[in-house]
Write a protein that binds this ligand. Structure first.
Ligand SMILES: [Zn+2]
Ligand SMILES: [Zn+2]
Length: 342
């Protein structure tokens, strides 16, 4: 099968073709596995973190990609709930132990044996991949393959972030950063918390205009003061300035949720401008979001099909994965980027 593999960690600013097109054997499914013929795999910012070593792959070469849609081609003898030809999705959670306290409590995303698709095991930048049936999802018919793929990460993690934001209907929500996940969260809020007002902080005027178009009551620059205090803010940026600047806009007892697997080091000194009385006092809190559970993925897919939420996307061939990654690095975002795999 054709696959785009990463052979080593590198700096995308110096190497604009980190992935290599290779021929690999088609993986063989175990008794609990599905063999999936991949048709679409969306490109995620986390892949940049993997390539540049902020969350390094478990082995090399590795096939990246954790927003995978395809059809079941073969399956092991112990698989239940799927049949050959079913359309399935595979997300960031590839597996968890199923036995620890976190797994038993439904927080399998915190399991110490959590394995991530496309980082700890081969993912979807390839014609085929295997996954345990218990970690695959039926894709609602309303979505095309390319529409469904980006929902599997940005949407699921946005769904988890919104749950962790601890919002009730009518309370103000802020979003700092307005990329793939931010704009899906805004659409979810409209449905789940129709009386809540959403305030968006974004670098570019274009993103701010897009946020207003989607129903934000206010949109401004990262460092601006919002016209009203906010009960919760979700940060989806890769850097530190938005974290510090968001805290001043929180109401007493408010919560900032950081939805980022890693933060970049470039502006870490911005943290020195943290002012305790303005930013943290009055029982403000900060919480991170780690990974996703299967409930997040399944819950989001169900909600997205009902609303419905359909992401905008731009398609690339598998062989063009490097180009898609470089454009993502340069923030050339026109909706999600999806690899179409023949
Ligand atoms: Zn992702
Ligand atoms: Zn566990």
């Amino acid at each position: 099968m054709k696959a785009m593999v990463l052979n080593q960690i590198c700096d995308l600013r110096e190497n604009d073709a980190p992935l290599e097109l290779v021929e690999l054997p088609i993986p063989i499914p175990d008794e609990r596995d599905l063999l999936v013929r991949v048709s679409a795999c969306a490109v995620c910012h986390t892949e940049l973190d993997e390539i540049e070593g902020r969350t390094p792959p478990a082995h090399f070469p590795i096939v990246l990609g954790h927003q995978v849609v395809g059809k079941v081609q073969k399956m092991g003898g112990k698989v239940r709930g799927f049949k050959i030809g079913d359309r399935v999705g595979i997300a960031w959670i590839y597996s968890a132990c199923g036995e620890c306290r976190f797994c038993l409590e439904g927080n399998e995303n915190l399991c110490s044996d959590f394995k991530a698709t496309g980082r700890d095991v081969n993912g979807g930048y390839a014609q085929y991949m295997t996954v345990q049936a218990e970690f695959a999802y039926h894709i609602p018919d309303i979505f095309s393959d390319s529409e469904a793929a980006p929902l599997l990460c940005a949407g699921a993690i946005g769904y988890r972030s919104l749950n962790l934001a601890n919002l009730t209907n009518g309370q103000n929500l802020g979003l700092t950063g307005f990329g793939a996940s931010g704009h899906l969260v805004l659409k979810m809020v409209k449905r789940r918390y129709p009386r809540s007002k959403v305030f968006v902080f974004a670098r570019s005027q274009k993103e701010q205009a897009f946020a207003r178009e989607l129903g934000a009551v206010w949109a401004g620059a990262t460092e601006e003061e919002s016209p009203e205090k906010l009960h919760s803010i979700i940060d989806t940026t890769p850097v530190w300035k938005p974290v510090v600047e968001a805290l001043k806009n929180l109401a007493p007892g408010g919560r900032l949720v950081i939805n980022a697997i890693r933060k970049e080091e470039v502006d870490k000194d911005y943290l020195l401008s943290l002012d305790y009385p303005a930013h943290l006092w009055m029982e403000k809190e900060i919480k991170s979001v780690a990974n996703v559970s299967r409930n997040d993925v399944a819950g989001f897919l169900e909600l997205a099909a009902k609303i419905p939420i359909k992401p905008e996307f731009q398609e690339f061939a598998l062989e063009e994965a490097n180009q898609a990654l470089v454009e993502l690095r340069a923030s050339k975002i026109r909706g999600a980027k999806v690899l179409r795999i023949e």
